[in-house]
Design a protein around this ligand. Structure first.
Ligand code: R5P
Length: 292
């Protein structure tokens, strides 16, 4: 039942109070999950910092060969040492990533649109659960379009993947896509992240915005922040720093790494913010030193 005007009490996010059920496990909201789930989540979130650097290069599933991703076989070997997780399609992983890669895998399992569509919000689940198991995926990524034309089918996709993943202890990463009529406001991200978490996603990927700390506080699972369009490196590092200060548990960054002139140095600098408590200024200095 919708609240009528004037009926809501003021919200309190208890920003200075840590999340209640961590019980010693390093991943938010995962304390009561089983061993297999925790094992996969530990392949994503580092047990010491509790955080992750995910490198997203799944853009080809609807954008084709975007600038910077023309030759995955040449790019990925430069970055595997700098990141904790590769987020990609099964086609990219099978063709361009050596199976002896020992870090986490976030497998893109939804698809159905392309850049020439007017509305990107209509997707299907494109990868069978059995294939995700064969690829030893540590989580399965599903796009969600809360408030968009494709909301119902994306919630259906997400729910199917969560249900299947729960049977085999593989976590689901709910990706918050901003539909064409939506805006990147804290109100929207509070709504979308909470809906996707309550539907059972184990990790949420969303964008940074004002009042991000309230979004993170109200989300009972870890949030990783997408990079979005390419920014100057110093600005991208500031966005990463503010995200972590606001309660994100990592970055899931694509273009701001692979469209940088120095992708490995950029990924490395992001890692310093995520795992080593560097400020944005320190990370920028580090980037400038290592990019020489
Ligand atoms: C988009 O739908 C994909 O999930 C990308 O992985 C995501 O947008 C992150 O990449 P970027 O940092 O380039 O925004």
């Amino acid at each position: 039942m919708a609240d009528g005007e004037g009926l809501k009490v003021e919200k309190n996010y208890h920003l200075n109070t840590p999340f209640g059920t961590d019980s010693g496990f390093h991943v938010k909201g995962a304390a009561h999950l089983d061993w297999g789930m925790k094992r996969h989540l530990t392949n994503i979130f580092h047990p010491q910092s509790g955080n992750t650097v995910m490198f997203a290069f799944d853009h080809g599933y609807f954008m084709g060969s975007v600038s910077g991703l023309e030759r995955l076989d040449l790019l990925i070997p430069q970055l595997v040492d700098q990141v904790d997780v590769l987020m990609a399609t099964r086609g990219a992983l099978r063709t361009c990533v050596k199976p002896d890669f020992r870090k986490g895998i976030a497998l893109r399992v939804s698809a159905g649109s392309s850049m020439i569509n007017d509305d990107l919000s209509h997707e299907i689940v494109s990868v069978d659960m059995e294939d995700a198991i064969r690829m030893n995926a540590d989580c399965m990524a599903v796009q969600t379009f809360i408030g968009a034309d494709g909301q119902l089918e994306s919630i259906d996709n997400l729910s199917r993947v969560i249900n299947a993943g729960n049977r085999y202890s593989i976590p689901t990463l709910g990706v918050i896509a901003v539909g064409k009529n939506m805006e990147r406001t804290d109100q929207y991200f509070k709504l979308a992240t909470r809906i996707v978490a309550e539907l059972g996603a184990h990790i949420i990927k969303t964008y940074y915005c004002e009042k991000f700390e309230e979004i993170a506080a109200a989300c009972p699972v870890p949030i990783v922040v997408a990079g979005g369009k390419k920014l100057p490196e110093a600005e991208a590092l500031t966005m990463a720093y503010r995200s972590m200060q606001g309660g994100a548990r990592g970055l899931d960054m694509g273009r701001n790494i692979f469209q940088s002139r120095h992708p490995a140095a950029m990924a490395d600098a992001i890692g310093k913010i995520v795992h080593s408590k560097f400020t944005d200024k320190e990370a920028w200095e580090y980037y400038r030193e290592t990019a020489k």
